[in-house]
Ligand binder design. Structure first.
Ligand code: MG
Ligand code: ZN
Length: 301
C-alpha cells in the first residue's frame, strides 16, 4: 500500500518534537508506532486481492490518526475557544479519500443485504438516548415472526449486544477501540461471522455519538436517529448533520418529557424544517408507546 512509506517518513519527522517534550510515555508510543509502520510495507505486499478493501480502509484510518498525531505534536498550544473556518477543520484530502473508501465498502454491504433480502437499520444517537433498549423492544416484537440480528458497535464492551441477545436476536459485537463511530469496513468484517441467508432483519447499533456516525454510510437501508427528551429540546438544531440524513427519528423516553420540561413540539418542528422527509415518532420503551408506529416507519411492521 502506498500509505506505508509516507507513514514511516512522517513518524520519523515526529521524533524532534517528541524529544523536546521529554515525555517518556509519548516517546514510547511513537517509537512502537514507528516500528509497526516499518512492517506495514512488507505486510502490504502480501495482501490478497479479496482483502484489498480492508487494507485500503485500514490505511485511511491510519493516515487520519497520524494526521491528528502530527497536529498534536507540532501545532501550537491553543488557549481559549478556537473557531474553525470553512475548509480548515480537517485535512480535506485525507478526509475525502477516507469517506470515498467507506462509500465503496458500504456499496458492497448494501449489495449483500439486498442479495439475501435482509432489511437493515443503522441506529444512531447519543450515549444514553436509549438505542439499545429501543432495539431490544423492537427485537422482542419482531422475533416472533422474523429472524432478527444485531451488530452492536461499542468502544470496548459487549454489554449492549448481550442485552439485545436476551431479547431474541443473533448478536455480534464490534469493538471500535478508539473510534467513535462504525464504518462500513467494520460492518463488512462482522458480516463474515453472520449467515445473512438465515436472516430477515438486521439492526446495527452505532457508537453513542451524534457527530461523525452520520458521515459513514454503513450500507443499511434505513437510518434511525434516537433522541431522548432528557437531552433537551435543542438537539436537532445542535446536530443538523445527524438529522439531515435520517429516515426516521425516535423521540424517546417520551413519558419523561413533562418532568424534564422538554418541548417535544419544538424538536418535531425543528426536524420538519431541517429534513421534511424524516418521520418523527414519539416512543417510550417503558410504556410501549409508539413501538408499532416506529416499526411501521421503518417498514418492518
Ligand atoms: Mg447502547
Ligand atoms: Zn467518529
Amino acid at each position: 500500500m502506498s500509505a506505508a512509506r509516507p507513514m514511516v517518513e512522517r513518524i520519523d519527522k515526529l521524533r524532534h518534537p517528541v524529544a523536546i517534550m521529554k515525555d517518556d510515555e509519548l516517546g514510547e508510543v511513537l517509537g512502537s508506532l514507528r516500528e509497526k509502520s516499518k512492517s506495514l510495507e512488507d505486510l502490504a505486499q502480501r495482501v490478497q486481492d479479496g482483502r484489498k478493501p480492508d487494507v485500503l480502509a485500514a490505511g485511511r484510518l491510519l493516515e487520519r490518526s497520524l494526521f491528528h498525531l502530527e497536529r498534536a505534536a507540532t501545532g501550537p498550544a491553543e488557549t481559549g475557544p478556537v473557531k474553525a473556518e470553512v475548509g480548515e477543520m480537517l485535512d480535506i484530502e485525507i478526509e475525502e479519500d477516507l469517506l470515498e473508501a467507506n462509500r465503496q465498502i458500504a456499496r458492497v454491504n448494501r449489495e449483500a443485504f439486498e442479495k439475501f433480502g435482509v432489511r437493515t437499520v443503522d441506529v444512531m444517537g447519543a450515549i444514553g438516548s436509549g438505542k439499545t433498549s429501543l432495539i431490544g423492544a423492537m427485537v422482542e416484537v419482531l422475533s416472533k415472526n422474523f429472524s432478527v440480528g444485531m451488530l452492536g458497535g461499542d468502544v470496548a464492551t459487549s454489554i449492549d449486544a448481550d442485552r439485545v441477545r436476551q431479547s431474541g436476536a443473533k448478536t455480534i459485537q464490534i469493538n471500535t477501540g478508539k473510534e467513535c463511530h462504525l464504518d462500513a469496513n467494520l460492518v463488512r468484517r462482522a458480516l463474515d461471522q453472520l449467515d445473512l441467508s438465515g436472516l430477515d432483519i438486521l439492526f446495527v447499533e452505532n457508537v453513542g455519538n451524534l457527530i461523525c456516525p452520520s458521515e459513514f454510510d454503513l450500507g443499511c437501508e434505513k437510518r434511525l436517529v434516537v433522541v431522548s427528551v432528557t437531552e433537551g429540546d435543542s438537539m436537532v438544531v445542535k446536530h443538523p448533520i445527524m438529522f439531515l440524513d435520517a429516515d426516521v427519528v425516535a423521540i424517546n423516553k417520551i413519558d419523561m418529557a413533562e418532568s424534564f420540561g422538554t418541548d417535544v413540539g419544538k424538536l418535531e418542528s425543528d426536524l420538519e424544517s431541517m429534513n421534511p422527509r424524516a418521520v418523527a415518532v414519539r416512543t417510550s420503551v417503558r410504556t410501549g408507546r409508539g413501538l408499532d408506529e416506529l416499526l411501521g416507519a421503518l417498514s418492518l411492521g
